[in-house]
Design a protein around this ligand. Structure first.
Ligand SMILES: [Zn+2]
Length: 150
């Protein structure tokens, strides 16, 4: 008869993720508090976050356009459970807000954290703006979160 055994082992892995040319340029812009989208020459759609091809036309995208640091909250939620942040590898304790933000000048939404965690103060259509970290690194979390504008 086989007995079941258990061995506790802690494994560590490290890896580097290649974000691609579009995200690399996008992140370099963030280092300078510059947010840029990629615009399709075929249909004019402005993608943020940028992507290499248009989802409508399937054209390669290479025309960068600046977008504003403020825009409209298109969807939101408040998360109350701890979450392992895939970007940092650290646990983010709740509550924290998450939103889909369409920045002025973009046609698509950016999924990001919201400063507001009170559901009674959040609504689709609210104006929000980016809040930046002090030590910019050229990463998506250079934008700490989006704040509701008064
Ligand atoms: Zn297109």
């Amino acid at each position: 008869m086989n007995e079941r055994i258990s061995v506790d082992v802690e494994m560590r892995q490290s890896w580097r993720y290649a974000s691609g040319a579009a995200m690399e340029r996008f992140c370099e812009g963030l280092r300078n508090k510059r947010i840029e989208a990629l615009r399709c020459e075929g249909c004019g759609r402005r993608y943020l976050p940028p992507r290499p091809f248009c989802g409508n036309c399937h054209l390669h995208l290479s025309h960068w356009v600046p977008v504003a640091q403020e825009g409209v909250l298109e969807a939101w939620t408040v998360v109350c459970l701890p979450f392992l942040d895939g970007r940092t590898g650290t646990v983010r304790n709740g509550p924290y807000g998450m939103g889909l933000v369409r920045l002025d000048g973009a046609d698509t939404t950016l999924n990001h954290y919201l400063a507001e965690t009170d559901p009674s103060r959040l609504a689709v259509g609210l104006r929000v703006r980016a809040a930046w970290r002090d030590d910019l690194r050229g990463a998506i979390d250079d934008i700490l979160h989006f704040e509701v504008m008064q």
